[in-house]
Design a protein. Structure first.
Length: 152
């Protein structure tokens, strides 16, 4: 069950030595709600840094250069979505270009629009949902050739 998987990721984050900034607990005893959770100083090899959690958990790590952060982000088997927060639009363009991710948002998170394709790369999937690109998965190209010239 996804609820237990998320709580297990949070336990692993606590055990990894990452600093719990807030959250990390189940909300109430009914339903499947979990507090928004953030960890800082997360190591590059920590499970919460390398896996797709699909829950309200943020893993934050420090970096010095753009090249370093792009390397860290791409050093994963996953590539569903990435977010960049910056006041420098040129930096956003440079970093976005280097990221191996199916979707990148700048100064926002998970901005979905029905006319914009969404999907991952690597082990985060293939193909696209939404937008015209989504139609590709439901169609098949067929080549039909005619010889309309009489045979000699």
């Amino acid at each position: 069950m996804q609820h237990e998987k998320i709580l297990d990721f949070i336990r692993q984050g606590k055990q990894s030595g990452a600093k719990l900034l807030f959250g990390g607990e189940r909300i109430g005893d009914k339903g499947y709600f979990i507090e928004n959770t953030a960890f800082a100083d997360v190591g590059d090899d920590a499970t919460i840094m390398r896996e797709e959690i699909f829950g309200p958990v943020a893993s934050i790590a420090k970096f010095t250069t753009e090249e370093e952060v792009v390397f860290k982000a791409n050093d994963s088997h996953h590539g569903l979505s990435a977010a960049i927060f910056t006041n420098d639009v040129n930096r956003a363009h440079r970093v976005t270009k280097g990221l191996e991710s199916g979707q990148v948002t700048v100064n926002a998170w998970a901005m979905l629009s029905p006319n914009v394709p969404f999907g991952g790369v690597k082990q985060s999937g293939f193909g696209r949902d939404m937008g015209e690109d989504a139609l590709e998965g439901w169609t098949t190209v067929k080549a039909v050739k005619y010889n309309i010239l009489p045979r000699l």
